[in-house]
Ligand binder design. Structure first.
Ligand code: FAD
Length: 502
């Protein structure tokens, strides 16, 4: 194993590392994933602590690679809101704990609507998602080795040597997907810039002697917030400036009880502490996503409070963006600057999520100014336009890369148009290749696509709905690189194809 040179080593078999491994392997790269932990199972990855809300871009990514059909995720889609309030006034998301409801959202206001699945949000369990991704990665030939914590690396102009204690592994490229405390980031000379926390968050499973003293659901108080999703499963937000999390002190029963009493303003008594972990709203982002042959993706590249749940969505989006670009470089088919576009496209999306998280924290605090702002935002969210805006932001509806180009859909994820045989565009993307979609029988387009061999497939098909589109060039990550509503300008199409496919 030591002398095998893989195309890519990925540090970390979390959801982002695994999804990236799938993308690279789908594009015929050899991938080795090195994971610190031996056991992929953990109560923190299961209901209720391991529940993660996925939104449009992440759902689309999974859908486009055929992964939503996997039994574990399919089960969730059938009952996607099993953890959300049911009924006609169904809660479908929140901002700083202020809910917005399905029937208040006016989707007609969105110029772009990505229906990658029947629902723009999906509740998933970390362990199930990782199981699905591990199975797919291994089926594609990815080698996953557990119980091997990366300790450092060094790179030359041609390759990277990854160290794990006394062992070493070689590859052409290394991607750090090793989470918020990423060793690749820390040892790789990456600057991690941002803002310090305002609170310590606690995720706990406890026995409560007098449970009637706490309310169910999310409770915001003058000193913080607690959520009791199920009896005994309590998340607490304590505005201590992140001090306890940073102190490294153990999270004892006595400490959790004291914090919970203060935040809930009760004298509740805990009789046992089964699980306890802490986190903060520290918001930091790597100022570069690449150093030579080394990249960062997922939490390794950006951290923020998990409020409203966007970290996993952001990370899966990184993987979808980086995978095909790195593969093109490995196969020596990439145009100049392709890898640079990973940073220029993904860093602004990450920065927006960090700001979204900071904005929530700013109005959740116990000080009077925060309480006043909170009340105003609550009023706004309770309007139709407000709910529509907040849902659009949380679900990633407004995510668009600045690719230039005339057509209003350029830079957006391609709409999931229904085709004449009842299938949808997203279902044509399982192979991870680029696609020239011809909805108007423009025969010369076939020849343009043909110049790119198997990198761009030409699909001529009638659609039941066209959204006005006549043809579109779609990148492997589902982003529209070029589109037209009328007669195609072959010169513009060729320029775009050359820009993305070499
Ligand atoms: C309480 C909470 C709730 C959340 N809710 C949501 C939500 O609803 N929606 C959402 O989108 N996001 C949510 N998030 C964020 C989401 O969980 C993360 O953004 C996501 O897990 C990031 O995935 P990742 O693969 O980048 O990192 P991780 O999931 O952290 O995986 C990193 C992997 O790298 C491994 N590793 C670490 N160091 C090394 C090393 N030295 N060598 C090898 N392997 C290593 C780790 O063991 C781990 O397996 C939440 C987070 C928390 C804490």
């Amino acid at each position: 194993m030591k002398d095998t040179i893989h195309d890519v080593i990925i540090s970390g078999a979390g959801p982002v590392g695994l999804f990236l491994a799938c993308e690279l392997s789908l594009a015929r790269c050899s991938v080795l994933v090195l994971e610190k932990t031996m056991d992929p199972h953990s109560p923190l990855k299961r209901v209720p602590f391991g529940i993660r809300g996925l939104s449009a871009p992440a759902i689309e990514a999974l859908y486009r690679r055929g992964l939503l059909r996997e039994p574990e995720l399919h089960k969730r889609i059938k009952n996607p809101h099993q953890h959300a309030r049911q009924g006609p006034h169904r809660q479908v998301g929140h901002f700083a704990g202020i809910p917005f409801h399905e029937d208040d959202i006016d989707t007609a206001q969105w110029s772009y609507r990505p229906p990658g699945s029947p629902d723009p949000s999906l509740i998933s369990e970390m362990e199930e998602l990782e199981t699905v991704l591990t199975r797919r990665a291994e089926a594609l030939g990815v080698v996953i080795r557990r119980g091997i914590p990366i300790t450092g690396f060094h790179q030359t102009a041609d390759e990277v040597t990854v160290e794990a204690g006394s062992r070493s592994f070689r590859s052409k490229w290394l991607v750090g997907c090793d989470g918020s405390r990423s060793i690749v980031r820390k040892t790789g000379g990456f600057e991690f810039a941002g803002t310090e926390p305002k609170f310590t968050g606690y995720t706990t499973q406890v026995d409560i002697a007098d449970p009637e003293k706490l309310s169910p659901g999310r409770v915001i108080t003058p000193t913080g917030m607690y959520i009791q999703s199920q009896p005994g499963y309590i998340v607490i937000q304590d505005f201590d400036g992140g001090a306890y999390h940073g102190s490294g002190k153990p999270v004892t029963l006595e400490h959790v009880q004291a914090v919970l009493r203060r935040v809930s303003n009760t004298d509740v008594t805990l009789s046992a502490l089964h699980i306890a972990t802490t986190w903060t709203d520290r918001a930091r982002q790597a100022t570069a996503y690449r150093n030579g042959r080394v990249f960062l993706a997922g939490d390794a590249a950006h951290i923020h409070a998990p409020l409203g749940g966007q970290g996993l969505n952001l990370g899966l989006g990184d993987a979808m963006n980086l995978g095909w670009k790195l593969a093109a470089v490995i196969h020596e088919k990439a145009p100049d600057g392709l890898l640079d576009s990973y940073y220029t496209e993904r860093h602004p999306v990450g920065a927006q999520v960090l700001d979204w998280s900071r904005a929530q924290v700013a109005i959740m605090g116990p000080d009077p100014a925060a309480r006043a702002l909170y009340a105003i935002v609550r009023d706004l969210i309770n309007t139709r336009d407000g709910a529509t805006y907040f849902a659009g932001r949380v679900w990633g509806i407004f995510t668009r890369y600045d690719l230039g180009g005339e057509h209003p859909l350029t830079g957006y994820s391609v709409p999931n148009l229904e085709l004449e045989d009842g299938t949808r565009v997203g279902a044509l993307m399982h192979d991870g290749r680029g696609m020239l979609l011809d909805l108007n029988g423009n025969a010369p387009l076939a020849a343009i696509a043909g110049r790119y061999g198997d990198r761009i497939k030409y699909v001529s098909v009638n659609a039941r709905e066209q959204s006005g589109l006549s043809a579109a060039l779609i990148r492997p990550d589902g982003i529209i690189a070029w589109a037209t509503d009328g007669a195609p300008d072959h010169g513009e199409l060729q320029k775009s194809a050359a820009r993305w496919f070499g």
